[in-house]
Design a protein around this ligand. Structure first.
Ligand code: ZN
Length: 273
């Protein structure tokens, strides 16, 4: 099967391609009905679509047969990217993050550090092996910039809980001294993504298609799909990375954070870095 990458940022392209894989599902009759009735074509309530359960189920199969990959972006602040190009992107490991936490806060009383690690053991188990990605790099940088500015959310939570009454905030900001703010661009094989998320993407596409046919935009704020994987991603899926110069900082009123680290040890390895 040839590679076809679904890229949420290229709305015009994926809207145009619908007819190549779902022309017999979104029929001219269905189109005429929506054009005539002009319903509100929500993505979380598809009752605007006649026989919607059947249509969505057929559409999701056609979508995932047609596309081989979903393009996703992962925000992080790694100290080195070489290992990503050699070994890929590894799912969250609380053990690895606990060791980073111990290293960064080596000057803090060890008992306090270990107590926080202990408090987070359940969350660590729950999130073990998980990787979070978003379908749009611009959205990641403008709305979720803390992943680039401070790194892993788990690490941020550990830092914030270290003596929260006095130093939590300062400790969280300390994470800004390590690593390079980075956006990783990943072409995720469709079968890595859980079926419930296939369904979410299908509903988002159908909603956009419906709004166009009904000539009734709902202005849904351009929130991209979120891909939550429970597995490692091999290096061949990493198709690029970059280090944005300006990032909006959600932990500082979404003010501009200027990133002075614009290269890394992986920039030579990357084709687009
Ligand atoms: Zn780089």
């Amino acid at each position: 099967m040839s590679e076809r990458v679904f890229d949420w940022r290229k709305r015009r392209s994926w809207l145009a391609r619908i007819r190549h894989y779902a022309g017999d599902i979104l029929t001219p009759e269905l189109k005429a009905h929506i054009s005539r009735e002009r319903p509100d074509c929500w993505s979380d309530d598809l009752s605007w679509l006649p026989d919607w359960e059947c249509v969505v189920s057929e559409f999701v199969s056609a979508l995932t047969d047609y596309y081989s990959h979903f393009k996703g972006f992962h925000g992080c602040r790694p100290s080195s990217l070489k290992s990503y190009y050699e070994h890929g992107l590894l799912g969250q490991s609380s053990e690895r993050l606990h060791n980073v936490f111990r290293r960064i806060f080596a000057d803090v009383a060890q008992a306090d550090v270990e107590e926080v690690i202990q408090q987070f053991s359940d969350r660590g188990k729950r999130e073990q092996g998980t990787i979070w990605l978003l379908g749009c790099d611009k959205f990641l940088i403008s709305q979720c910039g803390h992943y680039l500015i401070q790194g892993s959310e788990y690490l941020m939570a550990l830092a914030a809980n270290l003596e929260p009454s006095r130093q939590g905030e300062a400790y969280r900001f300390r994470l800004r001294n390590y690593g390079v703010p980075t956006v990783l661009e990943i072409d995720i094989p469709v079968w890595y993504v859980p079926q419930s998320q296939h369904m979410d993407v299908a509903k988002m596409i159908l909603s956009e298609w419906g709004q166009l046919v009904a000539r009734k935009p709902l202005y849904l704020n351009g929130i991209p799909p979120c891909y939550v994987l429970r597995r490692d991603i091999p290096p061949e899926c990493l198709v690029g990375h970059h280090h944005p110069e300006m990032i909006r900082d959600p932990h500082n009123g979404y003010r501009a954070y200027v990133n002075n680290f614009l290269t890394c040890d992986g920039c030579q390895t990357s084709t687009s870095g």
